[in-house]
Design a protein around this ligand. Structure first.
Ligand SMILES: Cc1cc2nc3c(=O)[nH]c(=O)nc-3n(C[C@H](O)[C@H](O)[C@H](O)COP(=O)(O)OP(=O)(O)OC[C@H]3O[C@@H](n4cnc5c(N)ncnc54)[C@H](O)[C@@H]3O)c2cc1C
Length: 363
């Protein structure tokens, strides 16, 4: 699918659907975000586990360079080993190397059927066990694997009153799992039910539901997608968007939560995210009843420093999705290796010697 940069993500999805195909990148901002921004932020969305981030969904790219020349790379070739893969320089570059004007996107067959499963778990370690079991049994059928702590769910239930708790009102940690198969594969429902029973029997999950209709599925996804709105309604949070290898996720949350509690004992952690990608949103809110503005003024810097340190100590990243922008330029300089930083600076200086592209961002 060839799109211009101003095309919204939703319009690209629609064009693919009209051709009977799927453009799998999907996320909360899809109605308004544009392909230029999506590619420049290497956006991930909800189906990274199966289809990858924006970077993996681009075959060709057209870019206007800072000197006015056009890099015409609108090719749909899947294989082309003729030197550097130049398009990758501009994907995730946050607009610092050139202006993306068009792209050729990869499309996929539309899934024939899908299943949505909600599982109550006691902690993140159990959620990771579920991930391993699900991937071992159902492999590539797993499209999304989201984890939400009971604290994050509690915020949604409290601040967005039209939300309803699943599992008969119990406020638990949960995993939201989406699976899909292509035409001809009709055994998904029975495979999901067998796995579900196995996980319950083994005590890995405490409770589980398989969606029986679209409105139930949508209601579960709303619980996940409305967490940022609930945090805003609660007065706002100090946000972090960290990633580590999946096997280190539990250790990350435990060490970061302990570090945050030591700094501000009554603060609340709202933790959720795409754990199938090793990516967690680790957000910290003021104690119930405390002034959220004052909390952020006094503690945000120390809290962020502590959370980022925990991720970096495990070989992780301080920015899995949100990018660097202006806020995290200092962190980039502190944490990239001197060699990597030097290469980034040389690339920038070589392509944009006058510093015209998004000055003050990233580097
Ligand atoms: C509700 C919500 C949910 C989200 N969920 C996710 C998620 O699940 N996963 C995820 O990864 N991200 C997520 N995001 C962030 C997501 O990356 C952005 O919403 C979107 O991809 C950016 O597109 P935009 O058009 O808004 O770009 P903008 O915000 O306008 O721009 C983003 C950056 O790209 C640069 N840029 C824009 N256009 C071009 C161009 N043509 N050429 C070069 N540079 C350009 C800008 O200078 C800027 O640095 C979410 C955001 C929101 C609001």
């Amino acid at each position: 699918l060839t799109v211009e940069a101003g095309c919204t993500l939703r319009d690209a999805q629609r064009a693919a659907a009209e051709a009977g195909l799927l453009f799998p990148l999907s996320m909360g901002s899809e109605e308004t975000c544009q392909l230029g921004g999506v590619l420049s932020t290497n956006a991930g969305g909800l189906a990274v586990l199966r289809y990858g981030t924006a970077r993996e969904l681009v075959l060709g790219l057209e870019v206007v360079l800072p000197d006015g020349r056009i890099l015409d790379g609108l090719s749909a070739l899947r294989k082309n080993n003729t030197g550097y893969d130049l398009k990758q320089l501009f994907l995730g570059a946050e607009g610092t190397l050139g202006v993306i004007t068009a792209a050729v996107l990869k499309l996929f067959p539309r899934p024939h059927s899908h299943e949505t499963v909600l599982l109550a778990v006691t902690n993140l370690r159990a959620a990771c066990e579920v991930l391993v079991a699900v991937r071992a049994t159902l492999g590539d059928c797993v499209t999304s694997f989201e984890f939400v702590t009971h604290e994050a769910l509690g915020l949604v239930l409290r601040h967005l009153p039209d939300s309803r708790a699943p599992f008969g009102g119990a406020v638990t940690h949960f995993v939201l799992l989406e699976l899909s198969v292509r035409a001809g594969d009709t055994h998904l429902r029975s495979a999901v039910e067998a796995l579900h029973k196995q996980l319950l029997d083994d005590g890995v999950v405490q409770d589980g539901l398989v969606a029986t209709n679209e409105s139930q599925r949508a209601a579960w996804w709303r619980l996940r997608e409305r967490i940022p709105a609930a945090e805003r309604a609660a007065g706002g949070s100090v946000k972090h968007d960290v990633s580590v290898e999946i096997g280190d996720l539990a250790q990350l949350t435990e060490s970061a939560a302990a570090a945050v509690k030591q700094l501000v004992p009554n603060s609340r952690c709202s933790i959720y995210g795409h754990i199938g990608d090793g990516n967690l949103h680790f957000n910290v809110l003021a104690a119930d009843g405390a002034d959220p503005l004052l909390f952020r003024e006094q503690h945000a810097a120390a809290i962020s420093d502590a959370v980022h340190r925990c991720a970096l100590a495990l070989g992780g990243s301080f920015s899995a999705e949100h990018g660097v922008g202006q806020l995290k330029r200092g962190l980039l300089r502190q944490t990239k290796s001197p060699v990597a930083l030097d290469l980034m600076m040389r690339l920038k200086a070589s392509l944009d010697p006058k510093g015209l592209m998004n000055p003050g961002k990233m580097l």
